[in-house]
Design a protein around this ligand. Structure first.
Ligand code: DER
Length: 231
């Protein structure tokens, strides 16, 4: 129960500090973000907030609709006031590993359109260096026809790439964009910026789950019910 409470604490605190009337709000993916959407709905009902929400993918879109919030998109609202999202791991410099849910491309697009990127997480996610906690590798979104040459090039960078396969689905996970996800274990990542540059230069790589210098503030719910924030 500790983890769920920590997620709720982080999500509620982030929404209370950053979500305001007449905003365009980007909604990320994962199991922490639902607490943010829950709190947004409460505040819309209690305070009469008027705002529109831009989803990072299927899960976020469904969350927005299920909570009766106003759904929009980047075509209508290309400038986002605040994007709120989760993270699989956060390092001492607020660099992130994201993409545990396979939405890294849309999430990074939302983040790039937002004045502020606010991250919400539970106490497991805070590390000195990426790779200390998150052992499932850096998610890399890859054009399907390029997956083998990309994996070969990633191995030359010292990574151990594995194509992400679905659960209850025969075959690989296919992203909302029709691409595959290759999870690459690089061990402890001392220079995530350099690694991200190297990965994104590989033809066939669409996007990585390395969010470098993008987070403006991180809310981390603690096991003891407390809250830790980092800017
Ligand atoms: O897939 C993603 O990028 C999610 O935001 C993920 O990083 C966080 O998932 P969680 O909130 O379930 O830990």
């Amino acid at each position: 129960m500790e983890e769920q409470d920590a997620k709720r604490i982080a999500g509620y605190a982030a929404v209370d500090e950053f979500v305001k009337n007449n905003q365009v709000v980007g909604i990320g993916a994962g199991s922490t973000v639902p607490f943010c959407v829950e709190r947004i709905k409460q505040r819309v009902d209690e305070e009469g907030l008027s705002l529109v929400c831009i989803p990072s993918g299927y899960q976020a879109k469904q969350l927005i609709l299920d909570h009766g919030l106003i759904l929009s998109d980047l075509s209508q609202h290309p400038d986002i006031d605040v994007a709120i999202d989760g993270a699989d791991e956060i390092d001492k410099d607020l660099n992130l590993i994201k993409g545990g849910g396979g939405c890294q491309l849309q999430e990074k697009i939302l983040a790039s359109c937002a004045k502020l990127l606010i991250i919400v997480a539970d106490f497991h996610k805070e590390s000195q260096n990426l790779g200390e906690y998150w052992k499932r590798g850096v998610p890399v979104e890859v054009i399907p026809m390029a997956v083998v040459p990309v994996m070969n090039k990633v191995k030359k960078l010292g990574g151990n790439p594995v194509i992400r396969f679905g659960v209850m689905k025969a075959g690989p996970v296919v992203t909302d964009n029709g691409n595959l996800v290759v999870d690459v274990d690089f061990g402890i990542i001392q220079n995530p910026n350099e690694l991200n540059e190297q990965l994104t230069r590989i033809p066939g790589v669409v996007e990585t789950g390395l969010f470098i210098g993008m987070a403006d503030k991180v809310f981390i719910g603690q096991a003891d019910g407390g809250l830790h924030t980092i800017v």
